[in-house]
Design a protein around this ligand. Sequence first.
Ligand code: IPD
Ligand code: CA
Ligand code: CA
Length: 263
Amino acid sequence: MNYEEICQEVCRIAKTTGGFIKQEREKAQLNIETKGLNDFVTHVDKASEELIVEQLQALLPDAGFIVEEGTKTQKGDTYNWIVDPIDGTTNFIHGLAPFAISIALQEKGETVVGVVYEMGLNECFYSWKGGNAYLNKSRIKVSNAKTVSDSLIATGFPYSNYSRMEAFLKSLTYFMENSHGIRRLGSAATDLAYVACGRLDSFYEYDLKPWDVAAGAFLVQQAGGQVCDFTKENNYLFGKEIVASNNATFEEFSTIVNQIMTK
Ligand code: IPD
Ligand code: CA
Ligand code: CA
């Protein structure tokens, strides 16, 4: 398989679908439904997922799908796409950037292509196995920050699963007092893409799904950073917790998250 060619096609699919999403945003009705506490979906999430799935299926007919809105549930033996049609739906509803399309391709459980297309700034982040990581054709790398105290850190604030609030608030206190600051952008895929290109130094969040992180985590690794779960193991895709950081601060940052979030 030519991963680079597949990746370029995925970028094209993400950009054309992004055009549709932005067009729909201008319409009066977004048909907002509630999936759970503060968990929203619009007709645009569903329609754009269908558009993406249809085009990815034409690209690789044997591949299966893990997709947020459940428009396709069939799994593939070798290849699977992991798709979030709009990561940052709450931002999208409020007309606030960032919100992004996140698409990853896995081969036997290993990510081989990752694309995050952030529609607010029209920025496409992408990489493929064996290649470098790019933002709109320019090569990207993680930052050079050497310590957590020199880092800008992103996270996601809990909005429906409050089971780890006490530890999470402790982590906020720690990072407020011991870093350049904390950001909550509202799109985990974008948070990870921003770590990959060095705008952010580190990111952590709990209760995330595979479609939130699959493409972005791959981008961080391809851009020279590292990713793990809160126990510093590898279960960040399906394990609902992720830590991502540039290479230089990864050990320090992941140890702090581990010590605060798992106690
Ligand atoms: C959400 C965003 C958000 C994160 C949430 C996710 P959605 O994805 O990534 O930043 O904090 O946990 O669910 O629902 O907008 O696709
Ligand atoms: Ca998401
Ligand atoms: Ca989504």
